[in-house]
Write a protein that binds this ligand. Structure first.
Ligand code: DX5
Ligand code: ZN
Length: 242
């Protein structure tokens, strides 16, 4: 199912408020794709995925280095699937505009790296994109209280950022529930996204906890048929919510 026309209104409506609320969104991470044959790999999932998830790592915030805005603009020029750009960088405020200029549809920044989270969200909104705030596994979810009403999306990391193919950290389930409860308490409707170790065996419990957007790298690009893997993840999440 392609969501090439996903808009801000759609994403807010997709918000993960309450059990069963909101549609399931699957975002394959190109971190596990073939970087020398990225076009071919993205083409395999472009139709079934709701977003293409782009992991930007700077070698400082993460113990790994990946790609920058040139890749984002190249993807934008080649595919209609919206781009979910996950900035795992220090000082994201310095580089937000690079990714907005490159055509990011969602720009997600880590709370741990932001000095002025509210201002950064406003800057993304001013350019018509969706603003996400991510937290690492050891960052208390209560720190999201004062961004949960402003952000379109809250990303709960279910691995420590830096690498694909890591094992899902089970505490992410409780952390998703905490964010959902916090949002409910404040009457906010952020989309809750989970990233790391998402497979058919783990997607159901985070869906039931309130997540509606799921990043999957190795489970998709490590599969024989990546498009079928996207469909299987969606089916597993839908089944858990049924
Ligand atoms: C980790 C990245 C993830 C990663 C997920 O730092 O943010 O997006 O690609 O990979 P899997 O699904 O293999 O855990
Ligand atoms: Zn990511």
């Amino acid at each position: 199912m392609s969501q090439v026309t996903h808009t801000e209104t759609d994403a807010r409506a997709d918000g993960a408020r309450g059990e069963g609320g909101g549609r399931v969104l699957i975002a394959p991470s190109i971190l596990s794709a073939d970087f020398l044959d990225l076009r071919a790999d993205v083409r395999k999932v472009a139709r079934d995925a709701d977003y293409v998830h782009v992991d930007v790592m700077d070698g400082h915030f993460t113990p790994n280095l990946t790609i920058g805005p040139k890749f984002v603009s190249a993807l934008k020029a080649s595919f209609e699937t919206p781009l979910d750009v996950h900035l795992m960088v220090t000082n994201p405020e310095e580089s937000i505009d690079w990714y907005l200029d490159a055509g990011a549809d969602v720009v997600t920044m880590h709370l741990e790296a932001l000095t002025h989270a509210n201002r950064a969200i406003q800057r993304v909104h001013a350019r018509g994109a969706l603003a996400g705030i991510a937290v690492n596994p050891a960052t208390p979810t209560c720190l999201l209280r004062d961004v949960v009403e402003d952000a379109d999306l809250i990303l709960i990391m279910s691995v420590n950022p830096g690498f694909g193919g890591q094992k899902f950290i089970p505490a992410a389930v409780r952390r998703v529930r905490e964010v959902r409860e916090l949002a409910d308490e404040l009457g906010a409707h952020p989309l809750i996204e989970v990233d790391g170790g998402i497979k058919t065996a783990t997607i159901g419990e985070v869906a039931r906890a309130g997540a509606r957007m799921f990043v999957a790298g190795s489970a998709v690009f490590g599969a024989q048929d990546p498009a079928a893997a996207v469909r299987e993840l969606r089916e597993a999440a839908d089944a858990a919510l049924a």
